[in-house]
Ligand binder design. Structure first.
Ligand SMILES: [Zn+2]
Length: 454
């Protein structure tokens, strides 16, 4: 039983939304932030539970604008319960659930069901994204007003693009009157033509059909023009190419309401990871040489694309880091590369992956945290992602230097599909507090494991 007062002691409190970066104590009362002290208190105040954050960073809980929770319809891959537990371990206290469920999130009834069940069984907050078109078929608009009333934070047919430009025009118009963004999976399908990875040398050596980078850029260019035409709000998900970055940069300079996100994998992995050797390039390629866990849409790209994405994240062209957490069962991945499902399991590895950018000097820790908290909160228009007094006590404790090895078999997620198995990451989520309650603490989890195995 936790008391209604908690103090997080002696941490380096970083809250980009208030420009705070100092060692302090953070006080919580009744599930809300009550105070950040000027410096650590001499002793813990009476009647408070104490969470020790000495040597750790204390930041707002992360917000993920792009999560596939697979529930309802694909509960063998993930559920609202397991997906939110994975989120807690990854430091995320708010998730935005993509609508490619079954039934699809294209009606108020399904949104209500997800919202209600998530509130009951979820370890963290789940917000919903409504479909743009009925059944995500790209033909007729979903009841967007009804979905907005049910609480969706935006609209997307993610997994599939809205290919018809006129439907996209209408969607941007209607969504803008509702004050919500359209999140269009940017992929011109006529250019994909059965491609399963990025077009280039690796695809050629492996004999796999490739997808040109322009399949993404062509769609983003179209969507930017339709945003200009309608005055709507466009949020570009999982940007993966240098060409896309250039288009978004120009759109922003034109003053259009365009925002963008990038995933941890597109920031850190290239198409060489498809070889299945953790990015090493083999001299010769045996026929079975690939890792289906590196199959993702959009595909992993070249080192030049990765460099452009990092630069764009640092200079603000890309606003946020979002996971595109896409859990899949083993049976979706233990097959040929052509047959394998697209998607990487990201929530539990995300922070360790993106901390690489800070360790390499590309972006400071406060700016990295800003792209996981304040910036996604601004896109949501939500009162999260901040440690301001009175806000929900959604907090993450981070050890930026802790090294740990990715063991998919110990994921909270129901699925294991990551190409990072066995990889050591530097940067770890130590504990996550949601609404004042500790929903993950690696220190007590480790102690429990010791008791269980001794
Ligand atoms: Zn997508």
């Amino acid at each position: 039983m936790q008391s209604n007062r908690t103090v997080i002691r002696n941490g380096r409190v970083i809250d980009p939304s208030q420009g705070i970066d100092r060692v302090a104590d953070l006080l919580i009362a009744d599930g809300k932030i009550s105070e950040i002290t000027g410096s650590p208190l001499e002793r813990a105040p009476d009647g408070h539970d104490v969470i020790d954050a000495s040597g750790l960073v204390v930041a707002p809980g992360f917000i993920d604008l792009h999560t596939h929770l697979r529930d309802p319809g694909y509960e063998w891959k993930e559920t609202l319960e397991t997906g939110t537990q994975a989120a807690a371990r990854g430091g995320f206290t708010t998730l935005c659930a993509m609508p490619n469920t079954d039934p699809c999130q294209d009606s108020a009834a399904v949104i209500d069901d997800v919202t209600r069940r998530a509130a009951r069984t979820g370890a963290v907050r789940v917000l919903t994204i409504g479909a743009i078109t009925k059944g995500r078929q790209g033909k007729n608009l979903a009841p967007m007003g009804e979905l907005a009333e049910a609480g969706v934070i935006g609209f997307s047919d993610d997994g599939d693009p809205v290919s018809d430009p006129n439907i996209m025009r209408q969607a941007l118009s209607y969504a803008s009157s509702l004050g919500l963004p359209i999140i269009n999976h940017a992929e011109e399908r006529s250019l994909v033509r059965g491609g399963v990875m990025s077009e280039g040398e690796v695809a050629t050596r492996l004999g796999l059909p490739g997808v040109p980078a322009s399949a993404e850029a062509v769609m983003i260019a179209r969507d930017i023009e339709l945003t200009a035409l309608t005055g709507g709000r466009l949020h570009v998900p999982h940007v993966s190419t240098a060409a896309s970055v250039a288009l978004i940069r120009v759109a922003k300079s034109r003053g259009l309401k365009v925002t963008a996100e990038v995933t941890p994998h597109h920031l850190s992995l290239t198409d060489s990871w498809v070889y299945g050797l953790h990015g090493e390039v083999p001299e010769t390629v045996p026929p079975e040489a690939y890792d289906t866990n590196a199959k993702v849409n959009p595909p992993l790209r070249t080192a030049a694309d990765v460099a452009a994405l990092i630069e764009a994240l640092a200079d603000g062209t890309i606003d946020v880091i979002a996971t595109d957490h896409a859990p899949h069962a083993a049976t979706d991945k233990v097959c040929t590369f052509n047959e394998a499902a697209h998607g990487i399991n990201v929530l539990e590895t995300a922070f360790g992956q993106v901390m690489r950018l800070t360790h390499a000097g590309f972006i400071s820790l406060p700016e990295l945290i800003r792209r996981l908290t304040e910036h996604p909160a601004a896109i949501l228009g939500a009162e999260t992602g901040s440690l301001a007094k009175g806000r929900a006590a959604d907090i993450v404790l981070l050890d930026p230097d802790a090294e740990w090895t990715v063991r998919p078999e110990s994921f909270a997620s129901l699925s294991r599909n990551t190409p990072l198995a066995g990889v050591t990451l530097r940067g770890r989520v130590v504990a996550t507090v949601f609404g004042g309650n500790t929903v993950w603490d690696v220190r007590t989890a480790a102690a429990q494991t010791e008791v269980a195995t001794s």
